[in-house]
Design a protein around this ligand. Structure first.
Ligand SMILES: [Zn+2]
Length: 370
């Protein structure tokens, strides 16, 4: 079970995420994919609410050892990131997180649990609401939050998951979630997690994880902190994507998938208790296609439109012109003449001549697209 042979000698190992919903399954998928050795050929597809991970020419033992090694290498950092730094897991849960991570440093335990739970779809039906097990930590499963309890009338019942699900989700959160923290004394943070439906290569996912985990990207996110509470989450998400490298934007855009930014806002109240203030699923494909088109204009005329987009946004941020920023990113999504007019009028008014003006001229090209 879980391994299929096809086309001659090629061996494909199939793993399935449990089906705990888009956010937690994305975390678990990133936990698994981030563990695979760089020479691994792997396709990841998401259809009907769970991910199927097709790993070529690796044995179960090799994959289990790679995951155990990844957990071993990052266990301390995962604990300090989730508990001490972001505070998304309560201090009182430190012992349990430590013990889950320690257990999963052993390849035999990973191999055994992957075989039992992850080699066919539907593991979630044996855990979840009203089931025993580790009650899932709220930032791994934001739909359990107060905000959603009210909206969907869920009762606050236990949502129990097994140690493997929570361990892989913790690893995935550490590797893939983008946290944007408000400046103290505010205790609010946005968490953005890119996800998709369709098929993406593990190479694209690995490149994205490397960039999201880089010092350059963390530096940019830190720069944003003073402005973060004045900007809508959608605008912040789009601005972060504009800072991705051009090859990475191309790779994401060209994958056979529909991309969404799963974004939540959480608050850490007294005693390090997490409350979910909001959750949004932000479609990013149309915006990415605008970025790709701007990159193509750059290639042809060497005018660095994306660089100007970032510069213009930062200048507007420094001036506190949030309405102009929102208007600019709205246009990059709709590419409509009305939004272009509104956006250009605001940018020129604030920035007058200079990069603002020439950038606005380049934006006009985007209205030619469908
Ligand atoms: Zn589980």
């Amino acid at each position: 079970m879980g391994i299929t042979f096809c086309r001659g000698e090629k061996m494909v190992l199939k793993l399935f995420t449990p089906g705990h919903g888009a956010f937690m399954d994305s975390l678990i998928m990133y936990g698994l994919v981030s563990s695979l050795p760089s020479d691994t050929k792997c396709r990841v597809s998401c259809i009907a609410g769970f991910f199927e991970i097709n790993i070529e020419n690796k044995t179960f033992q090799e994959v289990a050892s790679a995951i155990a090694g990844n957990i071993h290498g990052h266990a301390e950092s995962i604990i300090s990131h989730l508990i001490d730094n972001l505070k998304v897991v309560q201090k009182g849960s430190r012992g349990r997180l430590e013990s889950y991570l320690n257990n999963h440093k052993q390849p035999e335990i990973i191999a055994d649990n992957l075989k039992r739970f992850y080699t066919s779809p539907g593991h979630a039906q044996y855990e979840g609401r009203y089931h025993k097990g580790q009650h899932v930590w709220l930032p791994f499963y934001p739909h359990l939050g107060k905000y959603f309890t009210g909206e969907y009338k869920y009762s606050p019942a236990n949502y129990g998951v097994c140690p493997t699900c929570i361990t892989l989700a913790a690893l995935g959160f550490y590797k893939a979630a983008i946290p944007i923290r408000f400046t103290p004394p505010k205790t609010v943070s946005h968490i953005i997690l890119l996800s998709f439906e369709g098929e993406v290569s593990s190479e694209t996912l690995a490149n994205m994880l490397v960039f999201v985990g880089s010092d350059v990207f963390s530096g940019l996110v830190n720069e944003l902190r003073p402005m973060v509470e004045n900007l809508p989450l959608t605008t912040l998400t789009y601005f972060l994507l504009a800072n991705f490298t051009s090859p990475l934007i191309y790779m994401i855009h060209e994958s056979k998938a529909i991309w969404t930014a799963l974004s939540m806002t959480l608050d850490i109240v007294k005693g390090q208790v997490v409350q979910i203030r909001g959750y949004e699923e932000i479609s990013i494909d149309r915006y990415l296609s605008s970025l790709v088109h701007l990159m193509q204009i750059d290639k042809k005329y060497n005018i660095d439109s994306i660089g100007k987009l970032v510069t213009v946004t930062k200048r507007l941020m420094r001036k506190g012109e949030t309405a102009a920023i929102e208007s600019l990113y709205k246009f990059l999504n709709t590419r409509s003449y009305i939004d272009l007019y509104s956006s250009i009028r605001q940018i020129i008014k604030v920035l007058e001549e200079g990069p603002g003006k020439s950038f606005c001229e380049e934006l006009v090209c985007l209205t030619q697209l469908a």
